[in-house]
Design a protein around this ligand. Structure first.
Ligand SMILES: Nc1ncnc2c1ncn2[C@@H]1O[C@H](COP(=O)(O)OP(=O)(O)OP(=O)(O)O)[C@@H](O)[C@H]1O
Length: 390
C-alpha cells in the first residue's frame, strides 16, 4: 500500500513536470523515493524468491572509458525503449557523455523522455547531469538516401556521362528500386545504423563514450543480421548491372562511332562506400570488446520462446550477448488478489523455464519490476534505471 502511494507520487510529480513545464521533481526526490520504494517492495524474499540473481553488474558496463555500444532489442512492446532510455540516463549520470538512438520506425524516445526528440537530428536531453543526446532516426528516409546515392549519382550519372541520358532515368531507377525493395525489409535499419556510426565517429562526437541503440522489434533485428545476403542480393547485383551497362554502352558508342572513353567506376564510388559502411556495422555488432546486445523480454511463455530464438540467431551470428532483462515482473505483495497470485505463480514458472533453457540459462538475468506508473520523463527513467542497472 505504502509503495503504491509512493509510486503514485512519482507518477503525479512526473505529470506535473510535463504539464507545468517546471521541474517539480528533483533528483534528490527521485533518489529518496527509489530507496524507499525499492526497500519496500523488493527487499528480503520479494523478487529473490522468483529467481536467483537479478543484478546487471552495472559496474562492469560503466567502468571503461573507451567507447561502447549497447543495443537493446526484443519483442515488440516489452519495454525496450524504457530500458534503453533508462540505461542512457544512468550512463550520463555516471559521467559518460552518451548518445541514445532509436532505429525503430515506431519511435518512442520522445514519449519515453517526455521531450520532443523528433526530426532525425541529435537533440540534447534536458534534465540530465552529463551530456546526453538523443536521435530518432527514420530508417525509410535512410533507404531513400541510399537510393539517391546509388541511383542518381551512380548508375544514372554514369549513363549521362556516356551520352545515354535518355535511358538513364528508366533503367537506373527501375532496377535499383526493384533491388532495394527486394532486399527490404532490413536494409532500412542497416542504413540507419550505418548512418549513425558514420557521424558518431566524426571528431565532433569523439567525447561520447556510450552509444545506446533502441532497436526495432525482433524480426527486424534478425533480418539486420543477414547482411551477407544483402551484399549478395543487392550490392553485387547493382555492381554487375553497372558493368553490363558499361559494356552495352561501349558497344553502343562504338557502333555509332563515338570516341568517348567509357570509364569503369573506381573503388571509391558510392556503392563501394555503402558496402564499406555496412561491413563496419557488421564488425561493430560482432566486436566483443566494444559491443553488447542486451535482450529485453517479459515473463510469458510466448515471449521467452521468441527470446530463445533471438538469442540463438545472435549467437550464430557471433553477436555478443551477456544480459537478459525480464521486465514487468509483478512485485511481491502481502495482500494478493486472486488474479495477482495466479499471474505471479505463472511468472515464477516462466523464470524457471529461463533457467532450464539452453539458450538463455547462461545469461545474466536482470529482473525489472512492473511499476504502477507509466515510465515517462527523466526522473521516472532515473527511477527505473536505479532498479535495473545496479
Ligand atoms: N517495468 C514497467 N513497469 C510499468 N510500465 C512499463 C514497464 N516497462 C515498460 N512499461 C511501459 O510499457 C509501455 C511500452 O514500453 P516501451 O515503449 O519501453 O516498449 P518497447 O518494447 O520499446 O515498445 P515498441 O516495441 O512498441 O517500441 C510504455 O508505456 C512503458 O512506460
Amino acid at each position: 500500500m505504502a509503495a503504491s502511494l509512493l509510486l503514485n507520487r512519482v507518477s503525479r510529480s512526473v505529470s506535473l513536470h510535463r504539464v507545468g513545464g517546471a521541474l517539480s521533481f528533483s533528483s534528490l526526490d527521485a533518489q529518496f523515493l527509489v530507496g524507499r520504494i525499492s526497500g519496500t517492495l523488493f527487499r528480503g524474499r520479494s523478487l529473490a524468491t522468483l529467481a536467483e540473481g537479478g543484478a546487471s553488474c552495472f559496474d562492469e558496463m560503466v567502468s571503461a572509458n573507451q567507447r561502447k555500444y549497447y543495443l537493446l532489442g526484443g519483442k515488440g512492446g516489452v519495454g525496450k525503449t524504457s530500458c534503453a532510455a533508462s540505461l542512457a540516463v544512468k550512463f550520463a549520470s555516471h559521467g559518460h557523455p552518451t548518445i541514445v538512438v532509436s532505429t525503430d520506425p515506431a519511435h518512442s524516445l520522445s514519449d519515453s523522455f517526455s521531450q520532443d526528440l523528433s526530426g532525425g537530428v541529435l537533440k540534447p536531453v534536458q534534465g540530465v547531469d552529463s551530456p546526453l543526446l538523443a536521435l530518432e532516426i527514420t530508417p525509410e528516409r535512410m533507404k531513400e538516401e541510399i537510393k539517391n546515392q546509388a541511383g542518381d549519382k551512380s548508375v544514372k550519372n554514369m549513363m549521362d556521362s556516356m551520352g545515354l541520358g535518355m535511358f538513364a532515368g528508366e533503367l537506373g531507377d527501375l532496377n535499383l528500386e526493384d533491388m532495394l525493395n527486394a532486399a527490404s525489409p532490413g536494409i532500412d535499419e542497416i542504413a540507419a545504423i550505418s548512418k549513425v556510426l558514420q557521424f558518431v565517429e566524426s571528431p565532433e562526437y569523439s567525447k561520447f563514450t556510450r552509444i545506446v541503440f533502441d532497436t526495432a522489434p525482433t524480426g527486424h533485428t534478425l533480418r539486420l543480421l543477414s547482411l551477407p545476403d544483402f551484399y549478395d542480393s543487392s550490392i553485387s547485383k547493382i555492381t554487375k548491372l553497372k558493368k553490363k551497362i558499361t559494356a552495352a554502352a561501349s558497344a553502343f558508342t562504338s557502333v555509332f562511332g563515338k570516341k568517348k572513353e567509357i570509364q569503369e567506376q573506381g573503388p571509391s564510388n558510392e556503392l563501394d562506400q555503402l558496402k564499406e559502411r555496412m561491413e563496419k556495422v557488421r564488425n561493430v555488432f560482432r566486436d566483443v570488446d566494444t559491443t553488447e546486445f542486451v535482450i529485453v523480454t517479459i515473463p510469458t511463455v510466448m515471449a521467452i520462446n521468441e527470446t530463445s530464438r533471438l538469442h540463438e540467431s545472435l549467437r550464430k551470428e557471433n553477436v555478443p550477448v551477456h544480459r537478459l532483462i525480464v521486465n514487468q515482473l509483478l512485485p511481491h505483495s502481502e495482500s494478493d488478489c486472486k488474479f495477482c497470485s495466479v499471474r505471479r505463480k505463472e511468472q515464477t514458472r516462466v523464470l524457471g523455464l529461463i533457467q532450464k533453457d539452453t539458450e538463455l540459462s547462461g545469461l545474466k538475468l536482470i529482473q525489472s519490476p512492473l511499476l504502477d506508473a507509466e515510465i515517462r520523463g527523466v526522473p521516472a527513467l532515473k527511477f527505473m534505471g536505479d532498479l535495473i542497472w545496479k
